[in-house]
Design a protein around this ligand. Structure first.
Ligand SMILES: Cc1ncc(COP(=O)(O)O)c(C=O)c1O
Length: 383
């Protein structure tokens, strides 16, 4: 049968997780916590399962959860959104990204992504008949972390550009946006009909007292923006696959037009549990940065005396390590060899890029118990 995605192999996360399992390696490749969620969240899920919340949820999500999302968005980002018309609960952020792209992108439209880019964007653009344009995040002398080259973005926009996809805090590099970046984005897109898709699944995992610059904070950008987030990352429940999309009502209407055919609605008891838990523990997402900052610091301390070089991640639960001083092998082969020979699985950063990124880089997930991080780092320090 002819493939609609002939150039897309199996997701690198599935490939490396399979290899890690086959080799009995420590899996720092796929981004999921090794620990359980808060016991109270599990009890709430149990309660709602037994209280009869077992039939279809409303297409847009259970009202209590939409109201909790609206409250959080107002509290954290100062944006008042309408829980009835501007929020939809999705089947994980993945479905939110997919449905947004299907809603916005048509045949021949161009979509700009920034490399290294999360791997689900391009297949969704291709299925919508669009063309993905990859712009590299750059490193410059005055700003030595990966960032957007605004001039390059301005020059890349043309009459076919329909959508720009952003992801900050960024997987895999861990870099974040500044308030100046939001203004620069507003300037570049002003007087265009370009939409923005902001993948903010790591919105609550940001370090060193930095504030997350959600596109919801910016009056001008908000008018053209779909924001997607994931409860999986925030509440240590990646396997629940519950996320959400927020957007101004006219955009959200089109989003729902796709969402209703993609999955219609999302697992009911877990939505109720998340709604209750968000209301009961607003401190959870406020404390999450510190929780993961400690893990980042622990992992970075553990590998500091290795031959890897790195800049500590500013956000996400990933740390990129550069192995240029250890090997000249390419990152794909090297990550496979590390998995097989020393028993630590990672993700090669080049798979997220059209052009190879500078250096030789692997992404390690530090959302793991300290004992796992210690064992993995011990092996990495032997290289
Ligand atoms: C940048 C980014 N976007 C989206 C997702 C998907 O989130 P979900 O598991 O809620 O579908 C992930 C998961 O790793 C991610 O890293």
């Amino acid at each position: 049968m002819d493939s609609k995605l002939p150039d897309t192999g199996m997701s690198i996360f599935a490939v490396m997780t399979q290899l890690a399992n086959d080799c009995g390696a420590i899996n720092l490749a796929q981004g999921f916590p090794s620990f359980n969620p808060d016991e109270r969240l599990l009890e709430l899920a149990n309660k709602h399962l037994h209280a009869g919340a077992n039939q279809y949820a409303p297409m847009s999500g259970v009202p209590a959860l939409r109201h909790a999302i609206a409250k959080k968005t107002a509290d954290l980002y100062g944006r008042q959104i309408d829980a009835d018309t501007e929020i939809t609960v999705c089947d994980g952020a993945t479905e939110g990204l997919f449905s947004t792209i299907q809603a916005v992108v048509g045949s021949g439209d161009e979509v700009i992504v920034f490399d290294p880019a999360y791997d689900s964007y391009e297949p969704a653009v291709t299925l919508a008949g669009g063309v993905t344009r990859h712009l590299p995040l750059v490193i410059t002398r005055d700003r030595p972390d990966f960032h957007i080259d605004w001039q390059q973005l301005a020059q890349s926009i043309n009459s076919r550009t329909r959508l720009i996809i952003l992801n900050f805090p960024q997987n895999p590099t861990g870099v974040i946006l500044t308030a100046d970046d939001l203004d620069a984005l507003a300037e570049v897109t002003r007087d265009t009909s370009i939409y923005l898709l902001s993948d903010e699944v790591y919105e609550h995992i940001i370090f060193d007292d930095q504030a997350h610059q959600s596109l919801a904070c910016h009056d001008e950008l908000w008018q053209r923006t779909f924001i997607v987030s994931s409860f999986g990352k925030t509440y240590h429940v990646t396997g629940w696959k519950v996320g959400y999309c927020i957007a101004p009502s006219k955009l959200m209407a089109e989003f729902r037009n796709i969402h209703q055919w993609a999955c219609y609605s999302v697992v009911t008891p877990l939505q109720h549990a998340l709604a209750d838990f968000m209301t009961l523990t607003p401190e959870h997402y406020r404390e999450l940065p510190r929780f993961y900052e400690k893990k980042r610091d622990r992992f970075c301390d553990l590998v500091r005396n290795s031959r890897f070089t790195f800049t500590p991640a500013a956000g996400t639960f990933f740390q990129v390590l550069d192995f240029s001083e250890i090997s000249e092998e390419d990152d794909v082969n090297y990550s496979r060899r590390l998995t097989r020979e020393i028993g630590v699985a990672s993700i090669p950063v080049s798979v997220f890029c059209e052009q190879p990124p500078p250096g030789r880089k692997l992404r390690f997930c530090f959302a793991k118990d300290d004992a796992i991080l210690e064992e993995a780092a011990g092996k990495l320090c032997q290289l």
